[in-house]
Design a protein around this ligand. Structure first.
Ligand code: AMP
Ligand code: MG
Length: 335
């Protein structure tokens, strides 16, 4: 694997060109987005896409997000007419959502979907390196997070190297990612008996870097209805295929403590000494989000018997943080 440092605000042209050539030739490039590092390949080259699944050990039934430069690139693939019958300002709405690191699941045009998937998850990354790479490759880039499937998502280049160094062609090292959590996934459609219909109330499939408050504001500002929140704890059938898998997990068992600051302190005092403790109560949620995955990876390397994490309130970014922690936890203790 070739590893190159790249300036996150003004990416060097030579590095971008080199990476884009690899993508054009069917290879794999890991690159930073504003959320986490992605592992990219030309989305329309099936052999290249297969390599992503092999490198990550990702189950084949878990589809990939398409990364595009702007919403117009989707015109040949997505059934915008169907969406516009329900959301009159659909294009403006999705452009605003893309600006906030939201991934959208959209219906595929019928003529495209006879043999292909009937829905597509798409997003427009907001950072300079990802934008430059997509523009220079002049193709759609399919990219899941650049980690081994099931491990915490990578938020810096070392994480990617740890998991994938012998499995990919190139790693663009643009330092730590800004947000540290994956995109928020919202679906505008549902699949019933092989037929796709556009939903009047879009659904949250995965909480993430964009908060529900931000998303609701965008719906409000563009005169649409607010979205409904899916209750993850009671959903029997996973809505996003990715939701059924254990995720974000360090190898060390993780205990999630939910309760007041005092109750958490008392509980920790009763625990054996060789545990790692990640207290969150003094930190802003943005900071917890930014450092969560790197903290889990760092603690995982230090031979602790257990990693104990203090839960956060499930509002704002706290919803996504708790979603990841619950999936990573081997035990959740409510105090
Ligand atoms: P990752 O790229 O690893 O951050 O995961 C992408 C997430 O988007 C996973 O939870 C996928 O299951 C979900 N996803 C991708 N494509 C679709 C789709 N067409 N419909 C529903 N969910 C999707
Ligand atoms: Mg992932």
């Amino acid at each position: 694997m070739l590893r190159i440092s790249i300036n996150p605000s003004q990416p060097e042209e030579s590095a971008v060109k080199q990476a884009a050539n690899i993508i054009k030739n069917g290879g794999l490039v890991a690159f930073p987005t504003e959320t986490v590092y992605g592992l990219g390949a030309n989305a329309l080259n099936q052999t290249a896409v297969d390599k992503i699944y092999a490198a990550k050990g990702r189950p084949k039934d878990n589809p990939l997000i398409w990364h595009v430069d702007n919403a117009k690139t989707l015109l040949p693939y997505v059934d915008f007419a169907a969406c516009e019958t329900i959301f009159p300002n659909f294009f403006t709405l999705i452009e605003r959502l893309f600006e906030k690191s939201v991934t959208l699941v959209l219906p595929v045009l019928e003529k495209m979907s006879t043999e292909n998937p009937k829905t597509l998850a798409v997003r427009v990354p907001q950072n300079a390196i990802a934008k430059a790479l997509i523009a220079e490759s002049s193709c759609i880039i399919a990219a899941p997070s650049a980690n081994t499937s099931g491990k915490p998502s990578p938020t810096n280049a070392n994480h990617v190297a740890q998991d994938l160094s012998d499995k990919i062609d190139m790693l663009l090292d643009g330092g730590a990612t800004q947000k540290g959590l994956e995109s928020t996934v919202i679906s505008f459609c549902q699949l019933d008996n092989e037929k796709v219909t556009v939903l009047k109330t879009p659904q949250l499939l995965r909480p993430g870097a964009a908060t529900l408050e931000t998303i609701n504001d965008i719906f409000h500002l563009t005169n649409q209805n607010p979205i409904s929140l899916t209750d993850f704890s009671t959903t029997k059938k996973p809505l996003a295929p990715g939701m059924k898998y254990r995720h974000y997990s360090p190898n060390t068992p993780l205990i999630l403590l939910i309760g007041t600051q005092t109750a958490v302190t008392e509980k920790i005092n009763t625990m054996p000494k060789n545990i790692a403790v990640f207290r969150t109560n003094n930190l802003k949620l943005e900071k917890v989000a930014q450092t969560l995955f790197s903290t889990l990876r760092e603690l995982d390397e230090q031979n602790f018997a257990k990693i104990v994490v203090e839960g956060v309130p499930e509002t704002g970014l706290g919803l996504a943080i708790m979603n990841r922690l619950k999936k990573a936890a081997t035990e959740v203790i409510i105090l």
